[in-house]
Design a protein around this ligand. Sequence first.
Ligand SMILES: [Zn+2]
Length: 374
Amino acid sequence: MLDLDKICCLNRECKLHKKIAKGNIKSYGSYTTSNGKHKRLLCKECKKTFSLTKGTAYYRLKKSKKTFDSVAKSSVEGIKNSVNARINAISPTTVWRWLILASKFSKSFSDKNLRDYTIREIQADELKTFVSGKDKESWIYTAMEVSTRLWPSFVLGTRTYRNTMELLSDFQTRGTLDGNQILITTDGFGFYKSVIPKVFSPLAIHAQVIKKIRKNRIVKVDERLIIGTEPQLKRALADSSDSEKINTSFIERLNLTLRQGVSYLQRKTSGYSRHSVCLEERIFLFQCFYNFIRPHRSLSCKDKVVTPAMAAGITSLPIDFRTIFSFFMPNLWAVTGSHSSTRGKIVIFENAQAKALEKQETLLRDYFEFGLAA
Ligand SMILES: [Zn+2]
């Protein structure tokens, strides 16, 4: 049953623009396109009508919602764009365009919902990748709340103090601290040492796991306590439901899952990303899938499927891509910002891609210009 209280008027000139539950929206018949029947709604305040899909990822979609969902699902299973296009019988440009849209919704959904989790234990790591050619190194910083396996934050960029700070302060501001000490485990990367006390002091206990690798083999593992005392560390480990000793295995497992789920990150393939924006978008899509949709094996048991978002008390059930893409987000353009920033970067794309991006931008502009009639 359609909940009209969750839908708002999209007409900018309307008094009730972007306001929900005001009783101004009513059903107004339906219209038919090549893709089937669509519901139409009316705002009683400004008397404008609009399509039910307006404000969702399915607005003005020429194929079925099922195909759109299927493209997103295939992508987060690590399937390359070209293969994705073949199995869903659509053009590679469409796949590429849809995935941009899908990731914008995922990003917005995550941004809105990945909040208010309790921070108990953190593991952070960096994953090496290549952007625009095998010679340009880039790093994906990831941080996980170990007790719930929730992955709220990541940063893509070079190995700098600023990026380290961005990762951990984002993690901290989204979550809540309950006053207990937090065990934070990282690798030996230098900037954590200076960032952690600034973000988590005085609650942080910081430990490092330093692995010496020779010829692709781990030859030595060093454990170091950087902040906190031995008794504090012992207590933190005793309190931890997951770690018996200092380790970074949970975040390493996440990084492996991430590599498998984002085709750009798979090793020994030609599928690196041409531009960091594309890679970042794909990670946003995967992050949403990982936190809200994918049952986590170590959290779930036989008859109960649990996602990290459920473990963190953010949602009570696993959700699906349909919910995320139908999630009406009046603030979407506020979150994604003006598209001019992306438009400025068109030049670096190859011609065909630039054209497709331009088309996409026009589509998005129409789409985000809520004043337009449906
Ligand atoms: Zn209105």
